[in-house]
Design a protein around this ligand. Structure first.
Ligand SMILES: [Zn+2]
Length: 98
């Protein structure tokens, strides 16, 4: 059984619900981030008000801050760790996230 995560899901204008969804499998160039902080933005408000068409069931939200839990390419952590201006929290090279 796969792990579950919480997702904000658009249902219809005026209705966004929090649902359990399966954790995604990461692809060869992906990272999996545990969201620690998030917010809404103008796009989310337009979606909620039905002004920006979105299909029912779509997971919305695109303003997260979090911790990288896993990388498909571990060598990416080493390269990205030398660029702290990205504003992302990540484990140091060779460390496992807590
Ligand atoms: Zn936004």
């Amino acid at each position: 059984m796969s792990k579950l995560m919480k997702a904000a899901v658009y249902i219809e204008p005026g209705r966004i619900v929090l649902e359990d969804r399966p954790m995604p499998e990461i692809g060869p160039l992906d990272a999996l981030m545990r969201v620690t902080t998030t917010t809404i933005c103008g796009t989310d408000i337009h979606i909620l008000e039905g002004e920006h068409p979105v299909e029912s069931g779509r997971i919305i939200g695109h303003e997260p801050v979090g911790v990288i839990e896993s990388l498909a390419l571990p060598s990416l952590a080493t390269r990205k760790a030398s660029a702290p201006s990205q504003g992302l929290s990540r484990p140091a090279a060779g460390q496992t996230p807590a």
